[in-house]
Design a protein around this ligand. Structure first.
Ligand code: ADP
Length: 569
């Protein structure tokens, strides 16, 4: 097996089965075998024992060769008693005490199993509204978010990984200004990522410096007006200060809601890549593009990619079947729409190895081509599955019924952050640029352990400029830009997140979004000295280029992040 020392460490700590004394019951290969067996078993009614064994081997090979990995809960829980395999959930929060605390309980159960939860708090009556039964006043969405946050904190120790949440409030909720600034103090609501749910009307009002109306969600009556430009400025200011809130474009999420008859999409999962209906869950999986190169390493092997997409869709569709859902409502919704989210990792690595700078039109064109190809093949695979196993149960309520497009899955593609998966596969995460070309991992007895990006190391050796001394110099700054000893051509190709301007970050996100059913996880990095105007420009560009939302992070703007790559998993 090709796993790095680091990958094995992560798997042993969190993913492999252990007995009650913490002794390992399986090795990494055993984990992939367990997962392959559990997931292949879903085909029992369609094939015989030999067919199942063949499928299991295919699934095993695909994971063990690090060509495709399902999201963490599937690796952790498949074939084990818990059996909860999804990473993403959205739970409804209705405006009653019973419903609020029911949602907290449900979130706790999901966190315990390694899943993340998203909530829209937009239905909660604003702070100061009356409570009929007691005559008192309501404390508003933000105070309840703090209760959700405390519950998440308490579950942290007992679960497979620390819980993560997404909290969303509509831009026209009367408490929106409090929401925008509620994480001004970085120690507050730490288990949440926050996004403001923005509408097209709001964006237009902001553009023309106009007022927009706030609506009381309880009474549905107008509850005052705010100047849209000023509100956008507040969001920009807070995002500049500490990276939050992000924004999501609610109308766009709903334009792509393929089962509108079942309800409105109000929230996404914690990292924003998976819009879902209330009580819907989704399991994700990612293809490691770096392992999709031709044998000579000079091109992307599209035939292999097509084959892998087909197997991956089959795999993810089977996960829906063998998954044990934490609630009957989730079971019903998730089996009803059968959404899956196939995406990629290792994008920056493959660009580097093909000599394409991330911040170039060539990279954007390639993104369109590759993701277009994945989307087309994933949909084809879902169509073929539908012929054998039937369309998803809510198909008649979907937009596909009108088009006669018979699919097994309501959605097929999502670009996940792949925080842990990319670590396991040893490649760059999701569609992000390389974070650092090399970095110092450990300083013991004055011995520095230098980690070097594998593609860069190979290139440096091949092009004859590798030296430990150079890698150490690069590690001090992370980037090879203007680095003596690195050929100019290589400097242009091996760009890091901070060498890439915000515009190229957004353009890349938009390119992937064009071919993705769900959404794209991406952080737009800004330098420490970036101004608030730069943040505003990113928001507007994301809006104009068709992104479904955007998250920015200004270097050094906060010490701790909820979802840090490799940090909290
Ligand atoms: P992984 O690489 O571990 O499979 P990703 O980084 O791709 O996970 O994240 C995918 C989704 O998994 C997130 O958007 C979120 O819904 C969920 N998730 C990630 N990290 C956590 C966490 N610590 N706790 C709960 N859910 C998480």
């Amino acid at each position: 097996m090709k796993l790095s020392e680091n990958a094995v460490k992560v798997l042993e700590k969190r993913y492999l089965s252990k007995d009650e004394n913490g002794n390992l019951l399986e090795n990494c290969e055993g984990m992939f075998r367990r997962v392959a067996k559990a997931v292949a078993s879903a085909d029992a009614e369609y094939t015989d024992e030999k067919g199942i064994a063949k499928l299991e081997q295919e699934f095993f090979d695909m994971m063990a060769d690090l060509e495709f990995l399902p999201n963490s809960p599937t690796l952790m829980n498949a074939g084990r008693p818990l059996g909860q395999l999804s990473a993403c959930f959205v739970l409804p929060v209705e405006d009653t005490m019973e419903d609020i605390f029911e949602a907290i309980k449900n979130a706790a159960l999901i966190h315990k199993s390694g899943g993340g939860t998203g909530f829209s708090f937009s239905r909660l009556r604003p702070k100061g509204a009356t409570v009929n039964s007691t005559g008192g006043v309501a404390s508003g969405p933000i105070s309840f978010m703090k209760v959700f946050n405390a519950a998440t904190e308490a579950v942290k120790q007992g679960g497979t990984r620390r819980g993560a949440n997404m909290g969303i409030l509509r831009i026209d909720h009367p408490d929106i200004l409090d929401f925008i600034s509620c994480k001004k103090d970085n120690s507050e609501i730490t288990n949440f990522n926050l996004s403001v749910g923005i509408t097209e009307d709001f964006m237009k009002a902001a553009e023309h410096n106009l007022e927009y109306e706030l609506i009381d969600p309880k009474t549905k009556l107008p509850a005052g007006k705010l100047n849209a430009k000023n509100v956008l400025d507040s969001i920009v200011e807070m995002a500049w200060k500490n990276g939050e809130p992000g924004i999501i474009f609610l109308d766009r999420l709903n334009k792509d809601n393929v089962v509108p008859k079942l309800g409105e999409i109000e929230s996404t999962n914690p990292c924003g890549e998976q819009p879902l209906l209330p009580y819907e869950a989704c399991n994700l999986g990612s293809i490691n593009l770096y392992n999709m190169l031709t044998d000579d390493g000079k091109a992307l092997n599209f035939a292999k990619l097509a084959e892998t997409v087909k197997k991956a869709v089959h795999f993810l569709d089977n996960v829906i079947e063998v998954n044990k859902y934490p609630l009957p409502e989730i079971d019903k919704m998730t089996r009803g729409t059968r959404k899956i989210g196939l995406g990629i990792m290792g994008w920056a690595d493959i660009l580097c190895s093909l000599g394409i700078p991330y911040n170039s039109q060539k990279a954007i064109d390639f993104a369109d081509k590759v993701m277009g190809f994945i989307q087309e093949n994933a949909q084809k695979a879902s169509r073929e599955l539908a012929e054998i196993k039937g369309v998803f149960p809510y198909y008649e309520d979907s937009v596909f019924a009108d088009r006669g497009l018979r699919l097994r899955n309501a959605t097929v593609t999502t670009i996940a952050p792949t925080g842990t998966l990319s670590l396991i596969a040893g490649v760059s995460s999701g569609i992000e640029p390389i974070f650092a070309i090399s970095y110092i991992r450990n300083v013991m007895d004055n011995n520095e352990l230098i980690e070097v990006n594998q593609v860069f190391r190979e290139t440096a050796v091949r092009e004859n400029f590798y030296s430990d001394e150079l890698m150490r110099r690069i590690a001090r700054v992370g980037t090879v830009r203007d680095m003596e000893g690195v050929p100019g051509k290589i400097q242009n190709i091996f760009v890091t997140a901070h060498d890439v301007s915000p515009e190229w970050h957004v353009k890349m996100q938009a390119a992937f979004q064009r071919h993705t059913d769900n959404a794209v996880s991406k952080t737009v990095n800004l330098g420490h000295t970036a101004a608030t105007d730069d943040v505003r420009e990113v928001f507007i560009l994301a809006y104009k280029t068709g992104c479904k939302g955007v998250t920015i992070y200004r270097d050094g703007s906060r010490d701790l992040q909820v979802l840090n790559i490799g940090g909290v998993k």
